[in-house]
Design a binder for this molecule. Structure first.
Ligand code: PMP
Length: 407
C-alpha cells in the first residue's frame, strides 16, 4: 500500500492555512465543495495573465495556446477516468448540467408514455429533478429503488424495478447525504443484462477513489470540477461513443455547428456538438491542473487515508451521548451525517463554526433521502485527502462541547 504524504498534500492548499473566529480553520465541508491547491489557482491566473483568448477558431498565437490548454485539459480528464477517447469528454457547467444534458438529449427523444427511468431514493436533487422534468414532458414514469436502514440500496427492489419499460438507470456513485458507496459495478452489470444504459453521478467519487469508466462499463459518468479540487462552473459528461453520437445537441450556438444556413444547420462532431458557445476555458484549464496535481498522489492511498479517518470518527461519534449517525453502510466514504438529540443541525453547525470547524447542516439537496429517515436535515462532516487526525480531534472536541450545551 502506497503511503499518502498528507502534510505535503495539505501544504499545497493555501486557504487551509488561516484562522476563523481566532481558531485554526478545520474544513470539513468537502462534499459541498473542495478547496483548491495553489497549482489550480496559478493555472487559472496564468491563463488569464498570459494566454487569454477564445478557443478553436483563432489563428493567432494566444488562441492557439488557449485551445491547446483547453484541449489538454480534456486529455487530462480522459486519462483520469480512463475514457476510450478524448472526444467522449464533454465539458459542462457541472454535474447538474451534465445530467440535464443526458435527460434532454438522450432520454427525452426516446421516452414514450409508460416508459420508465430508475433512480434511488437517496439521490442528490440534481439526479432527481431533471428526470422528473423529462418524465413530465413525455409521460414517462420515474421509479425509485429503496434503501435499507443503513442507506444501502435494496438490491432486490432495484432488480424488481428494472423492467421491460426501463429506458435508463441513474444512480449516484457515492451518496453526498449519507456517504454510501453504491455497488455501481454490480448495478450496471444487472442493468446491462436488460440492455438498459446507466448514468453514474460521480460528483462525490472522483476526489476520493480511483474511477475507471471502462472497468465500470458506465454508459454515462458525470462529475463536477469543484468537488475535485478544481474550479466551480466546470464539469464533465463522459458518454459511450455510440450514445453520444446518436444524441441531438443540447443547446444551439457557436462552435457546435458544422454549417449554418437560415434554413437549417448541421452539427459539429463530438465533443463540440455538445459545447455550444464560448466554454469555461479557464475552468477547464483549472480542472486539468487539479487532475495533474492529483497525479502526484495515489488515489488508492487517498481512499485508504480517508477510510482511516472515517473509521475513527465513526467509532468516536458512537461515544457521544445522544448522537445518532444516519447512514451506516458497510461500504461508505468519509461523509458522516448525524443528528444529536433534539438539537437543530443548524445549531450544531453554528457551535462548530465558532470553534473554527466548518461542517454543513440541512437536507444536503437530498430531501427524499432525508424523508426516508424521517428527518428534515442532518449535520454533515465530510472529509477530503488533506484532512488529518488534528481535524478529527477538532471535530470531536466541538461536538462534545455542543453535546454539553444541549444536555
Ligand atoms: N450529485 C451529487 C452526489 C452531489 O454531491 C452534487 C453536489 N452536491 C451534485 C450532484 C451536483 O453537483 P453540482 O452542484 O456541482 O452540479
Amino acid at each position: 500500500e502506497t503511503h499518502l504524504d498528507v502534510a505535503a498534500l495539505r501544504a499545497a492548499f493555501p486557504v487551509l492555512d488561516q484562522r476563523v473566529h481566532d481558531k485554526p480553520l478545520v474544513y470539513l465541508d468537502n462534499a459541498a465543495t473542495t478547496q483548491k491547491p495553489a497549482a489550480v489557482i496559478d493555472a487559472v491566473a496564468n491563463y488569464y495573465r498570459h494566454d487569454n483568448a477564445n478557443v478553436h477558431r483563432g489563428v493567432h498565437v494566444l488562441s492557439q495556446r488557449a485551445t491547446e490548454a483547453y484541449e489538454g485539459a480534456r486529455e487530462a480528464v480522459a486519462g483520469f477516468i480512463n475514457a476510450e477517447r478524448e472526444y467522449q469528454i464533454v465539458f459542462t457547467r457541472g454535474t447538474t448540467e451534465a445530467i440535464n444534458l443526458v435527460a434532454q438529449s438522450y432520454a427525452r427523444p426516446r421516452l414514450q408514455p409508460g416508459d420508465e427511468i430508475l433512480i434511488t431514493e437517496i439521490e442528490h436533487h440534481s439526479n432527481i429533478v431533471p428526470w422528473q422534468l423529462v418524465c413530465e414532458a413525455t409521460g414517462a414514469t420515474l421509479r425509485v429503488a429503496r434503501v435499507n436502514d443503513a442507506a444501502e440500496i435494496d438490491r432486490d427492489d432495484f432488480a424488481a424495478k428494472l423492467g421491460e419499460r426501463t429506458r435508463l438507470v441513474a444512480i449516484g456513485h457515492v451518496s453526498n447525504a449519507f456517504g454510501t458507496i453504491h455497488p455501481v459495478n454490480e448495478l450496471i452489470a444487472l442493468a446491462h443484462r436488460h440492455n438498459i444504459p446507466v448514468l453514474v453521478d460521480g460528483a462525490q467519487a472522483t476526489a476520493h477513489m480511483p474511477v475507471d469508466v471502462r472497468a465500470l462499463n458506465a454508459d454515462f459518468y458525470v462529475f463536477s470540477g469543484h468537488k475535485l479540487f478544481g474550479p466551480t462552473g466546470i464539469g464533465v459528461l463522459y458518454g459511450r461513443e455510440s450514445l453520444l453520437e446518436a444524441m441531438p445537441p443540447y443547446q444551439g450556438g457557436g462552435d457546435m455547428i458544422e454549417t449554418v444556413t437560415l434554413e437549417g444547420s448541421t452539427w459539429n462532431e463530438l465533443p463540440a456538438k455538445f459545447e455550444a458557445g464560448t466554454p469555461n476555458i479557464a475552468g477547464a484549464i483549472g480542472l486539468g491542473a487539479a487532475i495533474r496535481f492529483l497525479a502526484d498522489f495515489d488515489l488508492d492511498a487517498i481512499a485508504a487515508h480517508e477510510e482511516q479517518l472515517r473509521a475513527r470518527v465513526t467509532a468516536e461519534l458512537a461515544q457521544i451521548d445522544g448522537l445518532r449517525l444516519i447512514g451506516t453502510a458497510g461500504h461508505k466514504a468519509a461523509i458522516l451525517s448525524f443528528v444529536m438529540g433534539e438539537a437543530h443541525p443548524q445549531d450544531i453547525a453554528t457551535i462548530l463554526d465558532s470553534a473554527g470547524v466548518a461542517i454543513r447542516a440541512g437536507h444536503h439537496c437530498a430531501m427524499p433521502g432525508m424523508a426516508r429517515f424521517g428527518l428534515e436535515g442532518t449535520a454533515r462532516a465530510s472529509f477530503a485527502a488533506y484532512n488529518d487526525e488534528s481535524d478529527v480531534d477538532a471535530l470531536l472536541a466541538g461536538l462534545r462541547s455542543a453535546q454539553r450545551i444541549f444536555a
